[in-house]
Design a protein around this ligand. Structure first.
Ligand SMILES: [Zn+2]
Length: 179
């Protein structure tokens, strides 16, 4: 299999290493920009090296402060390691009337949570982390969540854009709730 862009050997998503990394980075960059997630002089609470890596890459040159916890700073934003799989899974488990896992809940409603990696699939993030040599732990999930995830995975394999169209529907529904 060759890269769709340069005919080098494909690594992931039918792209070579370089073009695969570019694909993921530009997706995250676009998400941060379109949602206005990060602004100059923001204090970002980051606990995962991969999140820090992506944020720095996406907003290169922008002055930011990184912290391990929000402390008393009410303007701090928590940058959560939350992939497209988490987004779809949390939507599906909600739909089936199941508990949202604790880490998906907002610890303090005053503190803003941003999820710049929600446009990246877990598998893509793992493949990226491997290339960039950044540590990335796969999330622990309940048996039920694993079952639902497997079912989504199967559909996504056949129809590559399934997770993305689900994300679009989730956003549309969330938009309706607000009105
Ligand atoms: Zn390429």
């Amino acid at each position: 299999m060759k890269c769709l862009k340069c005919l080098q050997r494909a690594y992931y998503n039918n792209f070579c290493r370089k073009h695969f990394m570019e694909q993921i980075e530009s997706r995250v960059k676009r998400e941060i920009r379109e949602k206005g997630m990060i602004n100059k002089d923001d204090v970002l609470v980051v606990n995962d090296p991969i999140i820090k890596f992506f944020v720095k890459k996406a907003v290169s040159g922008m002055p930011l402060k990184f912290a391990k916890s929000p402390g008393k700073n009410k303007d701090a934003k928590i940058v959560m390691l939350w992939t497209l799989d988490d987004e779809v899974l949390s939507f599906m488990t909600d739909l089936f009337g199941e508990e949202t896992p604790a880490e998906g809940k907002i610890p303090n409603p005053e503190i803003r949570i941003i999820k710049p990696l929600r446009v990246v699939k877990e598998g893509e993030l793992m493949a990226y982390a491997k290339l960039a040599r950044i540590g990335f732990r796969k999330k622990k999930r309940s048996k039920r969540e694993e079952e639902i995830k497997k079912a989504i995975e199967k559909i996504d394999e056949k129809h590559l854009e399934t997770k993305f169209s689900l994300l679009k529907s989730i956003e549309e529904m969330k938009g309706l709730e607000k009105d």
